[in-house]
Design a protein around this ligand. Sequence first.
Ligand SMILES: [Zn+2]
Length: 361
Amino acid sequence: MTRVYVLGAGAGAAYRGSYLGETSPVAKNFFQKAMRVINIHQIRERYYEDEDMTYNHIFQFIERLWGVSRNEVSNSNLDMEEVLTLLNIEMEEDQPGRERLLKAYEEYLLLMALTFDKILYGDLCPYHSKIAASLNPGDTIISFNYELLMDYALLRANLQRKMWCIQDGYGISCRYLSGSIMPLHSKHQNDSGPANCAKVKLLKLHGSLNWLYCPQCGQLYAYEHSDGGGHSVVINGIANMIQCTSQHCCNKLSRVIIPPTLMKNYQSIPFIPELWHQARRALGFASEIVVIGYSFPTTDFRSNWMFRKAMVDNKELKKVTIVDKAEGYQLETLLDKHKSIFRVKDVDFYPDIGAFTQTLK
Ligand SMILES: [Zn+2]
């Protein structure tokens, strides 16, 4: 019996532990929320060191393409993924403006990382924690989210259960990064740690807010928001002050946040196709699949292909569970889509993640 969880934006929507009292941003309300927290630089003991960030380049880009000024952004209907995708396209098309656009891109990824980090800073999510505590060796979590609710739940659950670790829990080799600039310390078990410590995998197919990778040697790093000295890794990471620690490398690190609409970017970061491959394999062997808050958007062709392809090979599937707050006609359409993708006549359905996690042992 292996279980595969699939987490979409809806999985984080029920989180109520935020110290700011906010709910998790989604693509449609990201800018409203981002502007509400942009001038918050400290939450409890967590200091963000972002007073000097102006985000001029990204706001200029938005004004140029959408005619929406910085002051109007919070009342606009700008979509987080659309801005990221169009910025990526413009970076390819506008070579003379590339420097400026690259700055806009880095600022935007920082704005995303900080906004999610500020808003989701709070108590551990009880629903993600229940899922983490219920996992058995061989289970897999496939996530389309950038945020870290599941990551934190797994780290915490791991204190008792020893099921997940940073080193290989993301499906590829990863090093722990602390915030000090020079020299860069890798933290905890790090390089000398066991290579096969994770018995369950968290596969984040669109990247993660805490990931930095080295474009030169391909090494992936994951950070906590700040080290013991209070240095904000989020800020240092974007300021290109953190370097790869691989021998003879020392290259500057980049973020890994991939808009679902940009297929070819999947290929530009070598380990991303590997994660997708692992996700497809896990789905192909799953006897139970639980989909939480993910509706197979038609624009996410890569994902739709992966699920359908995996189901062609799956001979084990016994049970499909859908957790979603859709209602009425929308819900019917959604369930039909799931039945078509997983090739089953029936699915179990729960209208919210709390009702579902109550059923977990
Ligand atoms: Zn490197």
